[in-house]
Design a protein around this ligand. Structure first.
Ligand code: T3D
Length: 264
């Protein structure tokens, strides 16, 4: 079987690279199956305290492969509901449910579901030459893989709707200015900056990070009262955790904290 993703296991964090560079890493069911398995493995590996998602070659990910999977067959048109639900949307849900921080290094164009995958990360860095194309309308589809969820929350309705309806590329610097991503960086610096970010996150409070992700996940649906109640519950849990004990001890000792392993 052709490898469609690469996994680099660093001592405290993993990098997953989408690896079909000749097709700008357009995704296939085979590739998304491999990606789902890699995400599960990262979630289960206690040493993996941060995850980096990036692409090989000059693109990050050109979305669904426009090929046999989405062409009409002898039985009629493709079942895109099943394709989205069975693959793309499971990836987005899994990325959001991971107990570790996710960094995305967008090394080139991120189009369609590729843009959605990037926006599902906690922290998105992009090379200055990279762009985001909400490409679905170009081929007569609707934004999916979370695009219609992430975009209005990140950049507001006006920009989200124009991005989806016009499907024009938005460059990395514009994306940063709009709040679509965390930061645009020089192309040559992207890999090193993303690695440094993962090293830093991997040295952070893993338990508190997992709870923080839970808080953000819930905030999209909660009103303020519900979110305050959730924060109180999560803070109670954090307060009983080893991260907090070490964080306070380190502060009082005037030294950097040495946070315990995941799950401690
Ligand atoms: O059920 C469901 O959920 C359905 C799935 C929906 C999710 C989606 O993602 S729908 C959106 C699918 N993606 C697209 O529509 C984007 C298609 N690609 C493009 O528009 C352009 O390639 C880009 C804007 C991304 C980049 O343009 P450019 O000029 O830099 O590169 P290029 O020359 O167009 O592409 C380079 C190669 O990659 C080329 O192959 P070749 O001719 O050199 O052999 C091109 O065909 C290939 N490629 C790019 N994107 C795809 C692709 N091949 C298959 N599928 C692609 N999506």
């Amino acid at each position: 079987m052709t490898e469609t993703i690469r996994i680099d296991r660093h001592p405290t964090w993993w990098r997953i690279t989408l690896d079909r560079p000749d097709k700008l890493n357009a995704v296939t069911p085979e590739m998304l199956t491999a990606l789902l398995a890699a995400l599960d493995a990262a979630a289960a590996a206690p040493d993996c305290r941060a995850l980096l998602l990036t692409g090989a070659g000059r693109g990050f990910c050109a979305g669904q492969e426009l090929g046999p999977t989405v062409m009409p067959g002898p039985d009629g048109p493709p079942d895109l509901e099943a394709l989205a639900g069975g693959f793309h949307h499971r990836v987005v849900a899994r990325l959001r449910a991971l107990p570790i921080p996710v960094v995305c290094a967008v090394n080139g164009v991120a189009a369609g579901a590729g843009a959605s995958f990037a926006l599902a990360a906690d922290i998105v860095l992009a090379a200055r030459s990279a762009s985001f194309v909400i490409a679905f309308a170009r081929i007569g589809l609707v934004p999916d893989s979370g695009a219609s969820f992430f975009l209005p929350r990140l950049v507001g309705e006006a920009r989200a709707r124009a991005m989806a309806l016009l499907a024009e590329p938005v460059g990395a610097e514009q994306a940063e200015a709009w709040g679509l991503i965390w930061r645009a960086v020089d192309d040559a610096a992207l890999a090193a900056e993303a690695a440094a970010l993962c090293e830093r996150l991997a040295a952070g409070p893993a338990g508190a990070y997992a709870l923080t992700r839970q808080a953000f996940a819930a905030s999209a649906a909660n009103d303020l009262a519900a979110q305050l109640a959730l924060e109180a519950r999560l803070q109670g849990e954090a307060g009983r955790g080893a991260d907090f004990a070490e964080g306070v001890r380190a502060f009082l000792d005037k030294r950097p904290p040495r946070f315990p392993p995941r799950g401690a």
